[in-house]
Design a protein around this ligand. Structure first.
Ligand code: PMP
Ligand code: GLN
Length: 378
């Protein structure tokens, strides 16, 4: 065919979910909740449809939801974005990220990614004709190494993609780290794509350090989030981008031709549901309890837990349990133990294998207990 993405196969999430279904394993691989969203949110969808909100919305999204997003960002992170010119609703974070990349990356531009990274970033950059510059997060701790990031900057660097709370490692950037990024980029024209889809899942009293809190970052950032993560509706595929007006204008030039608009009734439902901040303010406590329940069970196995400071992921070191590499271990675990997980190597371009796999704990307590019963054999 003359493929544009020679290194790309089917995503690991699709592969592991299919294997989990085929083997009837407990699926702690792909990140999605196995429980229902708030029934109030479902009622709001039905109401929106019955009220006739079923045709194309405005290209950047309905004003009420853009205003609700702007109000949330102002309340939590202290920066005011114009709903009219600086917030755009997207078909999930996935479309937000590729659209931002296509809007700014020109052939030959370099884009820095911090590995391990979410699996869509690299193909997005390649589709835009950009050159991927991979900088490792510090092995073992997954913290950003600003010497390495600084060394990767060049006159051709167009953008850097950052992600906190971080998938897959579950680390959360500190205020000091965000300030270091801000200082490092200050003398440059580099844009930031700040993937903050897990912004409302931060544990142990830490706070989410949105790029919106830092003037020098906010001025150059496309801040991306996703209602799918926050409201337990990953299949709805609604997210948003907050970016200064000049960046948003470029973003919308692309957005109007890759989706044009995002489905209308869900936007109306989300707009009315967002009036109550409790669901997102309570989310960290909700997931911290699940993290602890799962961690307690894992502590009885020979899997070694890595810290989970945010996201709904728990990484574990498998080296005491098995001699297999990560990918083979995940296959074995799914088939023989009946629990699906994701190998961290899927988040590296060179398949780097550090004997660590990722579980998703966005599951009913009974699902987590069921998984723990099976994992107890390890
Ligand atoms: N970025 C990260 C880090 C993610 O984990 C995900 C969800 N898998 C996405 C982006 C995509 O989000 P969405 O489902 O809203 O497209
Ligand atoms: N973001 C989810 C994860 O990391 C999966 C999304 C997807 O399947 N593309 O598991």
């Amino acid at each position: 065919v003359g493929t544009k993405l020679p290194a790309v196969g089917t995503t690991i999430f699709t592969v592991m979910s299919a294997l989990a279904a085929e083997t009837q394993a407990v699926n702690l691989g792909q990140g999605f909740p196995d429980f229902h969203c708030d029934p109030k949110l479902l009622d709001a969808v039905t109401a929106a449809m019955a009220a006739g909100h079923n045709q194309y919305p405005p290209m950047p999204g309905i004003p009420a939801l853009r205003e609700a997003v702007a109000a949330k960002i102002a309340a939590l992170y202290g920066r005011s974005y114009s709903a009219a010119t600086e917030i755009t609703l997207t078909a999930g974070a996935t479309q937000a990220i590729i659209t931002a990349v296509l809007a700014i990356v020109r052939p030959g531009d370099e884009v820095i990614v911090l590995e391990p990274c979410y699996d869509s970033y690299v193909p997005n950059i390649e589709l835009a004709g950009g050159t991927v510059v991979r900088v490792p997060l510090t092995p073992g701790t997954f913290r950003p190494d600003f010497d390495k990031i600084g060394a990767a900057l060049s006159p051709r660097t167009r953008a850097i993609i950052v992600n906190t709370p971080h998938n897959p490692s579950a680390t959360v950037w500190t205020e000091a780290e965000m300030r270091q990024l801000e200082a490092l980029l200050a003398p440059t024209d580099v844009f930031v794509i700040s993937d903050e889809v897990y912004e409302h899942m931060v544990y142990d009293g830490a706070r989410h350090e949105s790029a919106a809190r830092f003037p020098g970052l906010a001025a150059r950032s496309f801040i991306v989030s996703s209602f799918g993560k926050t409201y337990h509706v990953t299949g709805w595929k609604v997210g948003y981008v907050a970016a200064p007006a000049s960046l948003t204008a470029e973003f919308r030039k692309v957005h109007q031709f890759n989706v044009f608009t995002v489905n209308t009734p869900m936007q109306h439902a989300l707009a009315s549901y967002m009036a109550d901040p409790a669901p997102y303010l309570d989310l960290s406590a909700f997931y911290q309890r699940k993290r602890d329940l799962f961690a307690e069970g894992l502590a009885r196995t020979r899997l070694k837990l890595l810290p989970s400071g945010g996201t709904y992921f728990q990484c574990v070191d498998i080296s005491e349990v098995s001699d297999l590499g990560e990918a083979d271990f995940c296959q074995w675990l799914t088939r023989e133990i009946g629990v699906a997980a994701i190998p961290l190597s899927a988040f590296y371009g060179n398949g780097f294998d550090q004997r660590v796999v990722r579980f998703c704990f966005a599951k009913k307590d009974e699902t987590l207990r069921h998984a723990i019963d099976r994992l107890a054999k390890l």
